[in-house]
Design a binder for this molecule. Sequence first.
Ligand SMILES: *[C@@H]1O[C@H](CO)[C@@H](O)[C@H](O)[C@H]1NC(C)=O
Ligand SMILES: *[C@@H]1O[C@H](CO)[C@@H](O)[C@H](O)[C@H]1NC(C)=O
Ligand SMILES: *[C@@H]1O[C@H](CO)[C@@H](O)[C@H](O)[C@H]1NC(C)=O
Length: 349
Amino acid sequence: MWQSKPVLVLLLLAVSTAATVGKPLLTKVTKGVTSTALYTAPLSAGRPLVLDLSAPAITTPCSGQTTTVTLSANSTDGSNPISPVSFAATATCAAAPSGAVGVAGLARSSASFPAQVASTQKVANSFALCLPSSGVGAAIFGGGPFFLAPPADRPAITTLLSDGVPLRQPFSGNPGYFVSATNGIAIDGTRVAVSGSGALIVGLSTTIPYAQLRSDVYRPFITAFDRAMGSSAKVAAVAPFELCYDSSKLSPTLSGYSVPQVDVMLEGGTNFTVVGGNSMAQVNSGTACFAFVQAGGGTGGATPAVVIGGFQMENKLVVLDNDKQTLSFTPYLPARGFSCSNFNFTRAG
Ligand SMILES: *[C@@H]1O[C@H](CO)[C@@H](O)[C@H](O)[C@H]1NC(C)=O
Ligand SMILES: *[C@@H]1O[C@H](CO)[C@@H](O)[C@H](O)[C@H]1NC(C)=O
Ligand SMILES: *[C@@H]1O[C@H](CO)[C@@H](O)[C@H](O)[C@H]1NC(C)=O
């Protein structure tokens, strides 16, 4: 019996190395121009698939239930594309969103794009999104470092990642990504009082343009920001936003307009911090608005308190690790001299 132990260990070692011997895959990420602001990646022979954190499968128009599609990207060392890679993936038949040929579902499911990259490429089921505010951002599927140029000798921005925040599954059957804000939300360092406040459920979505707050959280949150901002720069609201400001009266900084900081205080003590660059949307040349909106629907148990939207994730590296079941993210990168549009897409060598 004792003899079988080393064999088992060796076998396990072989299996675990085999599971991660491939190279991660890199793709460009582009932000759509419409008000829906979908983020797409040219994974289908150069044609765009919508990146959707809440969708459990790859979908494409077809007849029947599922089909096989060929997807392509480049292998990467985290700094440049290395070589083109094409692979067969299983897709579910569904109409394509406008402006795209299908959806690359990124949610927690064995049929998702990251899960199929992990199984076909023998890489980790983990991915890093660097959503651009303009220009071309990047995503890497399969783990590893993530570099933004210039300069060429910079350290990987993955060194700026927060500790992993545990992913939670508060809604049975919902394949999306959720974490728990055990200490609620603070504005300018002061906790926003929410009635019945226990932990708040926070979801992530790449298909809503701006963060949505459930009405019982939205009202005290907006009131607290309004109070912290004061009224000297306030102007008429521009839908869908409630708080808008004369942007010539706001101070621009590397972190965006200098406005009260929002801290979503997550489980384990990590803050998802939202500085001006991720909180103030420039709606026209003279006006910037606080880009948090009220979610539709009730205050019932099935609605997350907060859903972080695309705008709040732009120019941060956001890593969803399905193997470790964690979320991690960097601070707002322009404050560190980087932007998600700085990935070096020139092939190395
Ligand atoms: C791979 O990278 C090269 C160089 O950037 C690019 O021209 C090509 O379109 C990429 N291929 C895919 C499938 O993304
Ligand atoms: C998180 O944010 C709160 C409120 O702004 C602050 O008091 C706390 O020190 C922050 N924690 C960390 C680890 O930065
Ligand atoms: C981009 O990568 C190429 C290939 O490694 C390199 O020659 C070039 O200097 C890099 N550009 C920047 C701006 O770092």
